[in-house]
Design a protein around this ligand. Structure first.
Ligand code: Q46
Ligand code: ZN
Ligand code: ZN
Length: 315
């Protein structure tokens, strides 16, 4: 087996591919050029032993997204969280291709130049598909991640809260995020490794909403798709995305876990899929023992008297 990557003509409208992308996402195909299983064209990807050309890979990708939409009977307006990165771009574009009713939004986290670059890419993507991007600024709530000891924890709380609030206030039935199979498995394993079973939530592709708590249903349309597949979808469709990584991501322990999972997947294809299925079942078995309340300050759902967001906001 040798590593083989199909590089096509790059032009100004083609996203740049970072060193990290080449390291992490090389397409591994046998040395002899393989043909697509469904037509005679050159294959660009091998998924669980089947070879796909570009067209059939896109069909496969949209089919996986469609399977989530159909399984949970998604029908109604979806607020789509765009981060400017490849996954949320792929998520938004695939939902658009499936002709769903979408309302894209971007949460500006106020992180140096990173947030501005990401916002620009999200705007460009929306413009190219004929949407207006709604912007939410966390600075308006007095939150400055640069001042926080644990910026990722504050950021996670703010994003979860603001996504739900935006969707609720804009009469959306769902919020869609770009979490993919690699993210889901990494998140669950990270919780396991830290003996953190109480946080063992969000491993399912669909979490139902609760109107009485102003909670909008959450969906992960890319639940069955790996990092590499999302990257390939973005590449084939020439989607705009920011390749910059958040400066706070460098110290995130989940990066190593993700790399380790991908290494195992390379040796035993399908292992990530099975882990996600196991975590999904496990979450259903554990259930949620935590009692939901309504935050006394803002009126949204909370596990205590005052929600986490109201505790971190300064304004
Ligand atoms: S949590 Fe942390 Fe990410 Fe927020 S501060 Fe950056 S790395 S963006 S997914
Ligand atoms: Zn084909
Ligand atoms: Zn609150």
């Amino acid at each position: 087996m040798v590593i083989f990557f199909v590089i096509r003509d790059f032009d100004d409208s083609t996203p740049n591919f970072s060193q990290n992308f080449f390291k992490r996402n090389l397409l591994i195909l046998p040395a002899s050029k393989m043909k697509c299983e469904y037509c005679e064209k050159e294959a660009v990807e091998n998924i669980y032993g089947r070879y796909y050309c570009e067209n059939h890979f896109v069909k496969y990708f949209l089919g996986r997204v469609r399977s989530i939409i159909d399984k949970f009977g998604i029908n109604g307006r979806i607020a789509v969280a765009l981060s400017g990165g490849k996954d949320s771009s792929a998520c938004f574009h695939s939902l658009h291709k499936l002709k769903l009713d979408l309302l894209p939004f971007y949460i500006n986290l106020g992180i140096e130049s990173y947030s501005e670059i990401c916002q620009k890419k999200a705007e460009e993507l929306c413009n190219s598909l004929g949407y207006r991007l709604h912007i939410i600024d966390i600075n308006e709530y007095g939150i400055n991640l640069a001042d926080e000891k644990k910026p990722c924890s504050v950021c996670g709380t703010a994003k979860r809260y603001l996504m739900n609030k935006f969707a609720y206030e804009n009469n959306c039935k769902y919020v869609a995020t770009g979490h993919n199979l690699s993210d889901v498995v990494t998140f669950a394993l990270n919780n396991f490794m830290n003996a953190n079973l109480m946080n063992f939530r969000g491993n399912r592709p669909y979490l139902e909403g609760k109107e009485e708590y102003k909670m909008v249903a959450k969906i992960k349309p890319l639940y069955w798709l790996k990092d590499k597949e999302c990257m390939l979808y973005v590449y084939i469709n020439r989607l705009r995305y920011a390749e910059e990584e958040c400066p706070h991501a460098i110290s995130a322990p989940t990066i190593q876990i993700k790399e380790w999972i991908h290494e195992m997947e390379g040796k035993k294809p399908g292992i990530m899929l099975n882990m996600a299925k196991s975590f999904w079942r496990l979450e259903e078995m554990i259930g949620s023992k935590a009692k939901l309340n309504i935050c006394r300050k803002c009126g949204y759902a909370s596990y205590s008297k005052i929600c986490k967001f109201c505790k971190i906001r300064k304004r």
